[in-house]
Write a protein that binds this ligand. Structure first.
Ligand SMILES: *Cc1c(COP(=O)(O)O)cnc(C)c1O
Length: 364
């Protein structure tokens, strides 16, 4: 049996009629850039996410850029970012000319380790980026306590954590702002690119709204240097359809994770644990194993697709060589990069496929 790491075509086949009808309506109304579909989606996504309001943009990376601009971070500033995440988390600093300062993670959650955070704060620190990686909420109370002590804003990168919550509080609503991605492979994916910003601070939302359309609220008057970061009508139309399925998809991801966790018996394997701070929404189901590469080859031979997310931490990326981080300088992130292996997890996986993955792992 072949189990793909991810097969989006199953979801898109099932939703074909529903999504194409929505796209046709948007087409017939010529609502291509912003417009009613986007406004409807912003309202619906804010409601689903427990947020007061939401600004739709063209992807999750530009959402982070707008928040960094709204917080007036710039050259000479430092932004603390976990070293184990997707690169775009660090662009939050780099796009505005600030320096990313890479923080280590804890291996249980794969998220920013609050115990090591305070030591990274300097007089130049201007913000902390927290990533709810793989759908697992980060340890927010401890992180927010450090942020409050130094009066630093917290940006929650929720690109992998739609509908996740920490001790009952929705991700994106605990810090100063939260950003989401609707890249097709995310838990909620557009038929193309999309992103969103939520915030409990109305001025951050207002600044983001202004900057996503060239810094202009009044035609041909530009109050600030802005961007073309509009969300497209087609993407919002597709997202409006898909948002209606997100709760069920999330429940199925959690069901698959429970089956994996109950079934995997391979020695020396660290499996995701369900913490009292809030259950993951399992953007990834990521295990760790000391012989990760051999395990991956074994699974490939048995037809099980896997991925290395992420094979290298950010502080050792070529683009940040000039920052001068040496191997060993952010050790837990490096250990994660050496040992992680992500198994297939998407709502349309069948029970037989799940059983095959479990048996394949256990036969290593
Ligand atoms: C996907 C992702 C992003 C970027 O989102 P895009 O929509 O692809 O620009 C940012 N941060 C994390 C953690 C992501 O996984």
């Amino acid at each position: 049996m072949n189990v793909p790491f991810l097969d989006l075509s199953r979801q898109h086949k099932a939703l074909r009629d529903e999504v194409l009808a929505a796209l046709a309506a948007t087409y017939d109304a010529n609502r291509f850039c912003l417009g009613r579909d986007v406004e409807d989606f912003e309202r619906a996504f804010a409601a689903a996410s427990g947020a007061s309001d939401c600004v739709g943009v063209n992807n999750g990376t530009t959402a982070l850029h707008l928040v960094a601009r709204a917080l007036e971070i710039g050259p000479g500033d430092e932004v603390i970012v976990p070293a184990f995440t997707f690169i775009a988390s660090a662009w939050t600093a780099s796009y505005v000319g600030a320096r990313p300062v890479f923080a280590d993670i804890d291996l249980e959650t794969f998220t920013l380790d609050p115990a090591q955070l305070d030591a990274l704060v300097t007089p130049r620190t201007r913000a902390i980026v927290v990533v709810h990686l793989f759908g697992q909420p980060a340890r927010m109370d401890e992180i927010l306590a450090v942020a409050a002590k130094h009066r630093l804003p917290v940006i929650e990168d929720c690109a992998q954590a739609h509908l996740a919550s920490y001790r009952g509080r929705p991700v994106g609503t605990m810090g100063d702002a939260g950003t989401f991605s609707f890249y097709p492979t995310k838990n909620l994916g557009a038929c193309g690119e999309g992103g969103a910003i939520v915030s409990r601070r109305p001025e951050i939302l207002a600044a983001s709204r202004l900057m996503r359309v060239h810094g202009s609220n009044v035609r041909y008057r530009h109050d600030t240097v802005g961007y073309n970061y509009r969300m497209e009508g087609f993407q919002a139309a597709a997202l409006n359809v898909k948002l209606g399925h997100l709760q069920a998809w999330t429940a199925r991801r959690r069901e698959i994770a429970r089956r994996y966790s109950a079934g995997i018996r391979l020695a020396d394997t660290a499996i995701p644990v369900v913490l009292e701070i809030g259950e993951s929404v399992y953007h990834q189901y990521t295990i760790r194993h000391p012989r990760r590469d051999a395990l991956r080859e074994h699974l490939a031979r048995l037809g099980v697709g896997t991925d290395l997310i992420y094979p290298a931490p950010l502080h050792l990326q070529p683009c940040y060589a000039e920052l001068g981080y040496a191997p060993g300088s952010v050790p837990v992130a490096e250990e994660a990069a050496r040992t992680v292996l992500s198994l297939p997890i998407f709502a349309e996986l069948t029970d037989a496929e799940i059983d095959h993955v479990v048996a394949a792992v256990n036969s290593f």
